[in-house]
Design a protein around this ligand. Structure first.
Ligand code: C2E
Ligand code: CA
Ligand code: CA
Length: 756
């Protein structure tokens, strides 16, 4: 999976997490809103329906009441003419037909719009009739529909005929009063039929049985209904035969005591519910719209906030997983990826390997040239590594000068070393940064990830061990982890403990190697070299225990012990310079100068005979303090030699800036004098450089006459090497001083001449 794919997944999971969170918020809010809106609508619709129901019942009631009120009115109208003294006189006494015609028939018809007016005598014979029904004024026979009302008034009926209902003004059916009115069907049409007995109070004192009666019929016709309709504001009020035909309209019926309909009415109902809903719904709609708008705004705000948060999360995650300087995945990311790769390989995926890369001298560049150059260098290294590796390899920066690569590849050492070789040559090519020409090295530890691989921590430990080995075997190389290294490491741990014990209990010793003048006949100095004979393992080489001491910090105590030892033993050789090695860790300690002064005082050793050997790496990174320390020690007479010249930076800067008295050409150059022609040229150059800067030059590792001859010719001031004496105990030096002739080497000229 590539870096961008990983990031994308991080973003996606961030987004889907946010989506879920939003869903968790939206769903309940949406449900609440929907329920609230539903309730509101339900309330509006229910109250509208309820209002409709109430209104309809009320309308029915009003229609019925109004029709009954009309009945009462018709009865009052009849009474207004039939119950007068004039009427009694004209009808019962004089039978004045003219009066009846004018004051009764005409009056009721013209003024009150009655449709049929009859006057019957005590035996129900029609005496007078006036009708608008068929224009026939001469009704002689009593229409059958009128018998019930007469019988009722005369007190002959105890039960109302069917399909008729009393107008409430007629209080008593049995005729204790003198008038009665019914609503009934008369000649197939609903009508109000009113009957009033005629006569004085004394005439009627015994009932209406034989009294003349005025009967009037008024149809409940369209005219009346229109009138009622407009009073009650019920448009379209009319009589209907079949309620089924009045769809969508409101109907009511006047019924008799048995519930049989006498007449049915229909009208356009007011339906106030519709109005209520009509008034309320726009507000509800506005409220819903407002709510939707609010919800939309809130959601948009939430989404915006969410996006900001998830963008921040993604950015944070990116920051948490990447190196801020070069943008490469960092240690955490690397660890996650390593676990994934291990799991894939265990499941049968292709084998892979971790390349643990350590830049040599990066810290020095950082310290001497500044962090901006250091950062720029890291960026350059990043680019080169990314360029060398395949797209799906993971290149990570684990720390200051540590990089790591995970790549799927064959696990044979040839393929692994080929990759490592590519990395090393890419990283070690010179860099041009801010006008500086920079060269760094790289050591690589390789751990293979195969199906039997342990966990990520194991793999890293293996790679680390292999890296350690690579560094110790000389830089710019790669080592592949093998099981022996594990044993090696635990062996080293054991040695570390033993070394500490040795330092603290005088378990070490110092060997001294002579340094002679150019002709090789006079010993001018000795170099003190640490020796350790392990109680069980025997002699252990400095090449083994010095790195252990440096790695563990024990070198500080070891160095102090050696300095004291060399000064103590060196007191016996008053004409020799005693050279003591100082490791970077030791020299960088703030109390180093005090320590040297203290030991010199303590051992009463002449400071002018002490020479401290520093390597270039000792000076790196703390130019000012290094220079200061050197100057303070030089002030009391101590001299300095630049050791192993030619293996480190070999920078003119150091030669010019630091007050070295001596330059020691590394034995590797001396060794290659005979084989590599340019080595000889370099030795020449170095010698003239040292001379030019006023330094003395010593060649190390001189083993044979040819080297001796060459170096002497090149102008080297002094020499050190097996040719002139191996490192040995102090007693050897004392003995050699006592009888120098026993140790003198022959002239190289003769030896070389002899050999050839
Ligand atoms: P060095 O300071 O470069 O010491 C010289 C090394 O070269 C010594 O190895 C010495 O035995 C070896 N040598 C001398 N002449 C010849 C020669 O003709 N041929 C070959 N092949 N080798 C020769 P040694 O004693 O094993 O020390 C190794 C390194 O350990 C030293 O390199 C030095 O860096 C370090 N070392 C030794 N003692 C001390 C010490 O007391 N303090 C510190 N800081 N480092 C020490
Ligand atoms: Ca040395
Ligand atoms: Ca050396």
């Amino acid at each position: 999976m590539t870096t961008s794919a990983r990031l994308k997944i991080a973003e996606d999971t961030g987004r889907s997490r946010w989506d879920r969170a939003r869903l968790r918020l939206i769903v309940p809010v949406g449900v609440i809103a929907a329920v609230a809106i539903g309730c509101l609508l339900y309330a509006v619709m229910t109250s509208a329906r309820r209002a409709n129901e109430v209104s309809l019942t009320r309308e029915q009631q009003l229609v019925q009441e109004e029709i009954v009120a009309r009945g009462v009115r018709v009865l009052r109208e009849v009474e207004s003419v039939a119950s007068t003294a004039g009427a009694t006189q004209a009808i019962s006494v004089k039978h004045d037909r003219q009066w009846i015609e004018r004051h009764l028939g005409n009056w009721l018809e013209a003024f009150f719009d009655h449709d049929l007016v009859l006057v019957v005598d005590g035996s129900n014979q029609v005496e007078y009739a006036r009708s608008r029904i068929s224009g026939d004024a001469g009704v002689i026979d009593l229409p059958t529909g009128l018998s019930p009302v007469l019988d009722l008034l005369r007190g002959r009926l105890s039960v109302l005929p069917s399909r008729s209902m009393p107008v409430p003004a007629a209080k008593d059916l049995r005729g204790s009063g003198h008038s009665v009115a019914l609503i009934e069907e008369f000649l197939d049409r609903p009508a109000i039929v009113a009957a009033v007995s005629v006569g004085s109070d004394s005439d009627l004192a015994h009932g209406n049985d034989s009294a003349p009666i005025v009967v009037s019929v008024k149809y409940i016709d369209d005219h009346i209904l229109r009138d009622i309709g407009s009073r009650l504001q019920l448009p379209g009020l009319r009589i209907i035969d079949n309620p089924a035909r009045a769809a969508g309209q409101q109907v009511t019926a006047l019924t008799d005591a048995q519930g049989v309909a006498i007449a049915r009415f229909a009208w356009q109902p007011m339906r106030p519910g519709g109005q209520i809903a009509g008034i309320l719904l726009p507000f509800v709609a506005i409220a819903i719209a407002g709510f939707a708008l609010l919800a939309g705004l809130v959601l948009r705000h939430i989404r915006h906030t969410g996006e900001t948060i998830s963008a921040g999360e993604t950015q944070l995650r990116h920051l948490a997983l990447h190196d801020p300087v070069c943008g490469l995945p960092n240690r955490i990311y690397f660890g996650e990826r390593l676990e994934t790769v291990i799991a894939e390989v265990r499941r049968g995926g292709p084998s892979a390997a971790v390349f643990y890369i350590d830049l040599d001298h990066f810290k020095d560049v950082n310290d001497t040239l500044g962090h901006h150059v250091g950062d720029e260098l890291i960026l350059n290294v990043t680019q080169r590594l990314s360029h060398v590796m395949r797209g799906d390899d993971l290149v990570a920066r684990l720390g200051g000068d540590e990089f790591a690569v995970i790549t799927s590849c064959a696990s044979d050492s040839y393929s692994l070393q080929a990759i490592a070789g590519r990395i090393i040559s890419a990283v070690c090519a010179p860099y041009a940064i801010n006008g500086h020409n920079i060269i760094i090295g790289a050591s690589i530890g390789i751990a293979v990830i195969d199906r039997r691989a342990g966990d990520a921590a194991d793999i890293l430990r293996y790679a680390d061990m292999a890296l350690y080995r690579a560094k110790n075997e000389g830089r710019n190389r790669a080592c592949i982890y093998d099981a022996a290294m594990d044993a090696d490491l635990s062996q080293r741990k054991l040695l570390e403990g033993d070394l500490l014990h040795a330092i603290r209990n005088d378990g070490l010793s110092a060997a001294y190697q002579p340094i002679v003048n150019a002709s090789g006949d006079t010993m001018v100095a000795v170099e003190a070299l640490a020796r350790w004979t392990h109680p069980t393992a025997g002699v252990i080489s400095p090449a083994v225990f010095i790195p252990i001491a440096e790695h563990s910090g024990l070198i500080v105590e070891l160095g102090e012990w050696m300095l004291r030892r060399a000064c103590l033993e060196g007191r016996n050789w008053p004409n020799l310079t005693v050279a003591v090695n100082v490791s970077p860790l030791q020299f960088r300690r703030s109390d180093f100068v005090d320590l040297v002064e203290r030991i010199l005082k303590e051992t009463e050793f002449d400071a002018n005979r002490l020479e401290l050997e520093l390597t270039e790496s000792t000076l790196l990174g703390n130019l000012e303090t290094a220079e200061l320390s050197m100057l303070r020690l030089k002030a009391i007479g101590v001299r300095f030699a630049l050791d192993d010249f030619g293996t480190g930076y070999s920078s003119l800067l150091y030669l010019r800036r630091f007050p070295f008295d001596k330059l020691k050409i590394d034995s590797s150059f001396v060794l290659s004098i005979e084989t590599a022609p340019d080595a000889a040229a370099i030795v020449h150059a170095v010698v003239s450089l040292g001379r030019g800067l006023g330094m003395r030059v010593t060649a190390e590792g001189v083993e044979n006459a040819e080297q001796h001859l060459f170096l002497r010719a090149a102008g080297v001031h002094s020499m050190q090497g097996y040719r002139f004496g191996r490192p040995g105990p102090a007693a050897d030096i004392t003995a050699r001083l006592a009888s120098p002739d026993d140790y003198r080497v022959g002239s190289p000229d003769q030896e070389v001449a002899l050999a050839s």
